[in-house]
Structure formats: structure tokens, C-alpha cells
Design a binder for this molecule. Structure first.
Ligand code: F0G
Length: 487
């Protein structure tokens, strides 16, 4: 899909490369360790990229969470922070920014996105309730289930197709939504949740039209509508790009419109404002009061919510910067570049390019590795070994086991290569693309993984695995044969 933006810079010969509309004023040195050291590091990390230490990593593409680059204005705002347990001026600045950007009056601060999920789930889910949504996020699902709820994913048929040119694969299927309400009864639907730029299925957005349709069902049945706004800026950008009606609407107005459909908006500000923290906002005093005590109990007083006042200051600035198209388009345009290059090389990546990262279909890339041997995890380890680039498994390892102890195979088996906002350069992106292409040409060398230590909750974080054969050594030998003494 053609990515067109008012910020696009055209080149004389029609080349389409993203140009950074910012300059680098502070840098952090990186190390690219030799391939033998990388093999040793992943062995010590139990073939789980979460267990790597950044001293062994070249390009850290694990996530954009808490790793986006901050602006000069954000950093300088941190020096003005007002340290106070209660009534901090820093909080009031953040509250004003939330009101301006999301259009919601009541603001509850929390220490990160999953803390908001905890509060909302405890406040509104009763045992036996269902929560329909476009797709779950790992922490969201756990919190809802702990509180007795059942997550129902009612995505459209297009959502899980790897190759597609559908602009809004994050849409909710309205027929399925109506069927859920009919089957369970509105009183057993705790709320409808929409996740902006649906994380686990390739950072895919939904449209305003879909929000309108969802809102209609919610209103007709008296059901609450909750919006996960962690990646809302990118979703708004895609709406501007792909939904004809909004091509001349500002990101600021699109953000306001999106939030206007929701009764509650929550967010991880580790993502949305390039800081660390989170928040919940609503225009309903009644809803706010149902959550406020839980914030005080689990997070901290209502004017800091477990966050440092410095972060709260930077969050206020970062939220306003989310409305700047040159800021919010940076990550999607680099992702689009990488996806286009890999797709042209015949490598299976999710299309159209979405938010957050470039998503490789590991089931296809490693079609000889059965899903029970975790191809996405194996691919993440293999790519780290041959490049020093760290991605994240988003497949069966990130899933759970059923009551009988069998793996629930994930709908999609993805290696996510995140592009934190304004962090990597184009030559680093080109290096990544080169190494992914090399790995694709040598994919037969990569084998599977098995668990050797498997935690019961969110096993992908702390779990340890081992290769099912000596494939990592064979991969290293081929790397050396092809690249000689190159890092
Ligand atoms: N919702 C969405 C859509 C997310 O992507 C995340 C986090 C959360 C909620 C939870 O927020 O981490 O601040 O507690 N996503 C990160 C990621 C972890 O790497 O994609 P959190």
C-alpha cells in the first residue's frame, strides 16, 4: 500500500525513502559483538530474547515500550518537576495535556498500561462476563481472566491474513459483535474493548467508521466502550492516510474524534508519549469514582499514580507531541520502508505495514519447523545470533496452555521487529534488512526450540528454552563461511 503523507519528501529519481524530520543531539554508543559471543549470549539467555542483556545487543528491536526517543522539550521539562506526594503541579500539567489531546476531563494516573488494565478489570468485570474486542494484548487478557472474564476476539476475516491490502485489519466485525450481545445478553458484556493499532496481529489499525459502528451497538445495548490508546497516535496517522473522509483532518482532531466514542480511554505512556507511565481518563464522574479507590490502593496517590514526577512532566509534553504528524509518522514510515524491502525480496511479512514494528511470519519463513517447536521463538534467536538485532517472539510462546497442559497454538506466529520512535537510522534499518535476507536464504539451517523451564504466568518473559538440535552452531558456521571476519 502506498504510504503518502503531507511530510513525504519526493526524490528526483522516484526513490521512496523516509527522511528524518529531526536531528540527533544526544547519542548512545552501541556494540556489535562477534557472532561467537552472540551465540554464547543467547545460550545463556535460554534462547529467549527477553533474557538478553543490552550489552550484548546491537539494535534493540524488542519493543517501543519505554524506548522511544524523547524530544529536547521533553527532557528539559523533566528539570522543572514538582516533587509532592499530593497536589503536584506536574500532575496538573499532565491532566491538562490529557484533556487537550484525548478530550476527557477526569484523569487517573497509573504506573504503566497493565496497571490501568488491572484497575479497569477489577472495577468492571464480574465472574462470567465476556469482553468482546478486536484482539487481545497479553497483559490485558491475563488481567481480564484473573477477574473472571472471558476475552472474545471478534476480528474480521481479513485480520489474520498475512498478505493483504486491507487498510483496516484492526476493525471489529460488527455482525460478530451483535451475535455476542445476543448470545450472552448485554448485562454479561462487561464492556467492548478496542485496541488502537492492534499489537499482536501486526500493529494494524481500525477505522473511524468501524468505531462509529461499534459505538452504535454499544449505545443501543447500554454497553460501555473502552479504548486502549497505547498506540493511538499511529492509528490516527493511518486513518489520515487510508480513510478518505479524514485525509484533510489534523491528527489532533482525529485523536479527539477517536476518543469521543469511548467511555473510558486508557494508555501505556511507555508507548503513546515516549515516556514511562500510564493513565486512565473518562468524562463520567461515576465511572471515575468506581476506579479511583483502586488507583490509590494499587498505584499511589491520585496525583502521581506510581510515577516519578519527572516522567509525568515529560508525559505532558509527549502527549501534545503525539498530535504532531512529523513525530507520529516517523515509526510507521520506517516500518513501511522495511516491510516494502522485505516483501519485494519475497520474505513473508505482514502487509500492509502497520504500527510498532515489522512483523515476519515465522510459520512461513520457517515452514519446516512445526508450530509446536515455536518457529517465531526460533527465528528471534536465529536473527539475534546472525545480526545482534533483538526482536520479540509474538506467537505460541506468548500464548498459554489449555487445561490439559497442551500448547494453545497462536493464531499467528510472528517475529516482531519494533521500530521505537526516532531511535534508529536508515543505515541501521538497511543492515537489519540485509541480515533478514541472508537468514531467509539460509532458513533451512534453523531448527526448533523446546521449553526447559516454563513459568505458569506470562511464560514468554522468564521462560528458558533450548534448541531441538545443534542448529545454532551450524548457523554460526555458515555465517562465518559467508561473512568471514565481518561482525
Ligand atoms: N496495551 C497495549 C496495546 C500494549 O501494547 C501494551 C504494552 C499494554 C497495553 C501494556 O502496557 O507495558 O505499559 O504495562 N505493550 C508492550 C509491547 C509491552 O512491547 O508491545 P505496559
Amino acid at each position: 500500500m502506498e504510504q503518502n503523507s503531507s511530510n513525504t519528501i519526493k526524490f528526483m529519481y522516484g526513490t521512496n525513502i523516509p527522511v528524518e524530520l529531526h536531528k540527533v543531539r544526544m547519542v548512545q554508543k552501541l556494540h556489535l559483538k562477534p557472532v561467537d559471543d552472540r551465540l554464547k549470549a543467547i545460550e545463556e539467555g535460554g534462547f529467549n530474547t527477553f533474557q538478553l542483556s543490552t550489552k550484548d545487543i546491537f539494535l534493540d528491536m524488542l519493543t517501543d515500550s519505554g524506548t522511544n526517543a524523547m524530544s529536547d522539550n521533553q527532557i528539559s521539562s523533566m528539570l522543572q518537576a514538582d516533587d509532592a506526594y499530593a497536589g503536584s503541579q506536574s500532575f496538573y500539567k499532565m491532566e491538562a495535556a490529557v484533556r487537550e489531546v484525548f478530550g476527557k476531563h477526569y484523569v487517573l494516573p497509573v504506573h504503566q498500561g497493565r496497571a490501568a488494565e488491572n484497575v479497569i478489570s477489577q472495577a468492571f468485570i464480574k465472574k462470567g462476563d465476556v469482553i468482546p474486542m478486536n484482539y487481545h494484548f497479553t497483559t490485558t487478557k491475563e488481567h481480564m481472566e484473573i477477574n473472571g472474564g472471558e476475552v472474545l476476539e471478534i476480528y474480521t476475516d481479513e485480520a489474520l491474513k498475512i498478505k493483504s491490502n486491507h487498510p483496516f485489519k484492526g476493525n471489529i466485525d460488527i455482525n460478530k459483535l451483535n451475535a455476542v450481545v445476543e448470545k450472552h445478553g448485554a448485562e454479561h458484556v462487561a464492556f467492548i474493548r478496542m485496541e488502537a493499532s492492534t499489537n499482536l496481529i501486526g500493529g494494524q489499525p481500525f477505522s473511524i467508521q468501524n468505531m462509529r459502528d461499534v459505538k452504535k451497538v454499544a449505545e443501543e445495548n447500554g454497553i460501555m466502550f473502552v479504548l486502549d490508546a497505547s498506540l493511538i497516535g499511529e492509528n490516527a496517522y493511518f486513518i489520515k492516510q487510508r480513510e478518505e473522509e479524514f485525509k484533510n483532518t489534523s491528527i489532533k482532531d482525529i485523536l479527539r474524534l477517536m476518543c469521543s466514542f469511548a467511555d473510558i480511554v486508557y494508555f501505556s505512556s511507555r508507548k503513546v508519549s515516549s515516556t514511562r507511565g500510564g493513565g486512565i481518563c473518562t468524562n463520567s464522574k461515576e465511572l471515575m469514582l468506581k476506579m479511583r479507590d483502586l488507583v490509590v490502593l494499587f498505584e499511589g496517590f491520585v496525583t502521581y499514580g506510581g510515577m516519578s514526577v519527572r516522567e509525568i512532566e515529560a508525559m505532558a509534553v509527549g502527549l501534545i507531541e503525539t498530535t504532531d504528524e512529523t513525530v507520529i509518522s516517523q515509526s510507521p514510515s520506517f516500518i513501511n520502508y522495511a516491510v516494502t524491502e522485505l516483501d519485494n525480496a519475497g520474505i513473508p511479512v505482514i502487509t500492509p505495514a502497520g504500527a510498532l514494528g515489522c512483523h515476519i511470519d515465522a510459520k512461513d519463513f520457517l515452514s519446516h519447523v512445526p508450530q509446536s517447536e515455536y518457529p517465531a521463538g526460533a527465528l528471534a534467536s536465529a536473527l539475534y545470533i546472525i545480526s545482534g538485532c533483538r526482536g520479540m517472539e509474538r506467537g505460541t510462546i506468548s500464548s498459554v496452555r489449555d487445561k490439559e497442559g497442551n500448547d494453545i497454538l497462536a493464531d499467528v506466529e510472528l517475529l516482531r521487529l519494533a521500530f521505537p520512535r526516532r531511535v534508529f537510522t536508515l543505515s541501521q534499518t538497511m543492515y537489519l534488512i540485509d541480515r533478514v535476507k541472508w537468514l531467509y536464504a539460509n532458513r533451512e539451517l534453523v531448527g526448533g526450540l523446546k521449553f526447559v523451564d516454563e513459568p505458569k504466568v506470562l511464560r514468554f518473559f522468564m521462560g528458558r528454552l533450548a534448541p531441538t538440535s545443534n542448529w545454532p552452531e551450524k548457523l554460526v558456521a555458515k555465517f562465518k563461511a559467508d561473512f568471514g571476519d565481518s561482525l
